[in-house]
Design a protein. Sequence first.
Length: 356
Amino acid sequence: MMSRQAFLCSLGSLYLSLLFVFLLMDVYARPANNSALKEKPADNKDENEILPPDHLNGVKMEMDGHLNKEFHQEVFLGKEMEEFEEDSEPRKNRKKLMVIFSKVDINNDKKIGAKEMQRWIMEKTDEHFQEAVEENKMHFRAVDPDGDGHVSWDEYKVKFLASKGFNEKEIAEKIKNNEELKIDEETQEVLDNLKDRWYQADNPPPDLLLNEEEFLSFLHPEHSRGMLKFMVKEIIRDLDQDGDKKLTLSEFISLPVGTVENQQAQDIDDDWVKDRRKEFEDVIDANHDGIVTMEELEEYMDPMNEYNALNEAKQMIAVADENQNHHLELEEILKYSEYFTGSKLMDYARNVHEEF
């Protein structure tokens, strides 16, 4: 009869044999890698560190022309926005919102006026600006390997392609020797757009080298008037159907959300049209002539425009101003908390007086 030790050894050998077979099956089952330059897929976080983000905190429109659905929360909560999570306790969020109310109410009259809200919006927008500046320092160091304080387009191109899964050393060598890069069409299109943006961020005298400040403009065009203009041109180019470099209402609301296949999709499309129509008519089209010019869109996109901040303050007040006194009381903000924070607070009225 086989001893216990011999049995365990036999069982172990069988396990190793099966493991080896499975590993072989896995290797042969994997699809062939068509690019010799490709490595493992890049982590999305690393890629986002060097790519201009589509979403810019505190800016009313995304870079692709979509409306920023989180804008009101961003300019009301600032860096505290992350604290108002959906799974947070309503009681804790209610207390946080009460503290914010007291900070906005600088004259302590228990209500918030348009000027107070305007000041608060500008302050929270500046918070987002400073956050972008700090993040940019880290991202700039990532793309400036020699630490000379300047990044060339080729240096950035190597880092970008590495973030997309290409072998960094091989890409760098091929670029250095002016060899052809085998890049798929989609990646090449992204590179071409980034190169245009790179040239725009290169302040005079143009040297195709970006310093830290210019790199900030490259990643965050809201920090530069020139780059803000460039972003507006890109948005109008994408939405303008007749080539007159202006936007009509029909052009602005025709950006497709998706194919309407069922009632749910139809509702999404209807909401899309409704939101964009309201934004176009009430806010972007400043002179209400039915046409949005580049200048109007630029003013709309500028996050540090004080006039826009005041208009935004008035609109935010109007949403929750139930007693029509052109001010916001704490009860009103708590009742409409989902608009201001993205978090719906229950039992707001029962607890407001005992906690504040």
